[in-house]
Design a protein around this ligand. Structure first.
Ligand code: SAM
Ligand code: SF4
Length: 464
């Protein structure tokens, strides 16, 4: 499999759509409302739109598309960093090998179990497990043992991890097969930048210097049978418009070669990090205004692909962009291995980057419930085999709503009963009561009432 990103082609598409005519922009917005996605050229026109009224129309269309396909659910997860040793020297990352001030840690299995217990006791059910790239300190054997440990760690009140997504360095098909056998959910990998020259500058040493090996990794993961793969670009390294087209070309290539596009697209933006020059002074910073626009354009270009937003962003910005297409968020995160158990300022010297949103999971859930979003910890599709192409076939308006809305309510109820503070519990119960009231189908309404009542009286892990 060869590198399929053509810098010249992407730049040419962007150059050809500078200052688009209003009518063309409106036609494309109209087409995006048909939920069939957009071509790279159409996407480029939206990206090149600078007229404020039109940008607002793009945001408004994204809001409608998000609501139609995903309803008002937001799936929650926690990142779990298990080790920060790294052989690479990515100029933006606190884990880079030249950062001699970083406190290096590779958690033992006992420490990993402790971290998982802390997360379960907060109510988490879904993890994203990560580490640096290091042949001995972060070997695949070690990583797989960590996955097994996390799945095996249970706490009172139904505390357990039901889905582990992973974000680790690219590997061979044979190694991806081992990850699949360890029962991972999604395999996520960010290309960082799709612009070759910038990529080369940002990754001066180590295995990550190989652009092609990285950009073809999610093809290998799919070849190994991992149906759900996630891609992403680190915004701030190069022109954000270019990166959105890079993501789209990547998604289209996966669809063409593997039959399914990515399950998720992540939109991380550069945050300050210890001794990381490109994070302290991002080469191409993306303003909040442009960030909202890019999230909305991705939503319109690939309507059925989930979009992930992390705690890199502030609470206020997160609250706003949820509406433009985000379907999954992290909450209560730490980016230093061991961070969920320790809380000393010293431990932050082991962190990958600084966080924009430092609210606890309970605070995030209370806030989003008050805004009318349904916090979801659901893992039903993955456990029932509704993944990859099956998921995409299902992901038509109405169907996602039917399963996901109900399962979101059930997993949210489980959270409220087991873990919520009184204020969050009150806001959550009010939301659930309203959602039940709004359920039009009589059969479904009584089914939800029944299942919610069973959770109240102690049953756990109910889904349809
Ligand atoms: N080491 C693996 C890798 O690079 O793919 C695993 C994931 S790494 C721990 C997670 C991601 O963090 C990177 O892909 C990068 O996009 C992101 N990251 C690194 N430094 C960052 C920073 N300063 N601000 C925001 N995100 C950052
Ligand atoms: Fe290592 Fe990943 Fe950080 Fe690069 S981004 S230094 S590969 S942990």
């Amino acid at each position: 499999m060869r590198d399929f990103i053509d810098d010249n082609a992407i730049q040419e598409i962007l150059d050809q759509s500078v200052n688009p005519e209003k009518s063309r922009v409106r036609d494309i917005i109209g087409k995006s409302r048909e939920l069939k996605g957009l071509t790279p050229r159409e996407t480029s026109v939206l990206l090149q739109t600078e007229d404020e009224d039109l940008v607002n129309e793009i945001l408004s269309a994204a809001r409608d598309v998000k609501r139609l396909i995903y309803g008002n659910r937001l799936v929650l997860f926690a990142p779990l960093y298990i080790a920060n040793y790294c052989s690479n020297n990515c100029l933006y990352c606190g884990f880079r090998r030249d950062n001699k001030e970083l406190k290096r840690v590779a958690l033992t299995m006992d420490q990993i179990a402790n971290e998982v217990r802390a997360l379960e006791q907060e109510g988490h059910k879904r993890l994203l497990m990560l580490c640096g790239e290091h042949p001995t300190r972060s070997s695949l054997d070690y990583f797989i043992e960590a996955i097994d440990t996390a799945y095996a760690t249970k706490t009172a009140n139904g505390g357990e991890i039901r889905r582990i997504n992973v974000e680790i360095a690219p590997m061979t098909v044979a190694d991806y097969r081992r990850l699949k056998a360890a029962k991972i959910g999604t395999s996520v990998l960010f290309q960082e930048t799709y612009h070759h020259e910038t990529y080369e500058k940002m990754h001066p040493k180590g295995p990550k210097a190989d652009f092609s090996w990285r950009v073809t990794a999610m093809h290998r993961a799919q070849e190994a049978g991992i149906d759900d793969v996630g891609i992403g670009a680190l915004f701030g390294l190069y022109d954000y418009k270019y990166e959105v087209l890079g993501l789209l070309f990547h998604a289209l290539q996966l669809e063409k070669d593997c039959g399914t596009g990515p399950h998720t697209i992540s939109v991380p933006r550069l945050e300050p990090a210890l001794n990381a020059p490109a994070a302290i002074a991002p080469p191409r910073p993306v303003s909040d205004h442009d960030f909202k626009k890019l999230v909305a354009v991705i939503r319109l270009a690939v309507p059925y692909t989930g979009m992930i937003l992390s705690t890199r962003e502030t609470a206020a910005l997160r609250s706003e962009v949820f509406n433009y297409g985000i379907s999954q968020i992290s909450a209560g995160s730490r980016t230093n291995p061991g961070g969920y158990r320790e809380d000393s300022s010293e431990s932050f010297r082991a962190a990958q980057f600084n966080l924009g949103d430092t609210r606890t999971l309970d605070e995030v859930i209370g806030d989003i419930a008050r805004m009318g979003h349904i916090p979801s910890f659901c893992t039903a599709c993955y456990r029932l085999g509704r993944t990859g192409k099956d998921f995409m076939d299902l992901a038509k308006p109405g169907l996602i709503q039917k399963f996901c809305r109900t399962n979101a309510i059930l997993s949210f109820k489980e959270y409220l009963v087991g873990y919520a503070s009184p204020g969050t519990r009150k806001a959550g119960e009010e939301l659930i009561a309203k959602l039940i009231l709004d359920t039009e189908q009589v059969k479904m309404k009584s089914k939800i009432e029944d299942l919610v009542g069973r959770i109240e009286t102690g049953e756990r892990d109910l889904y349809i």
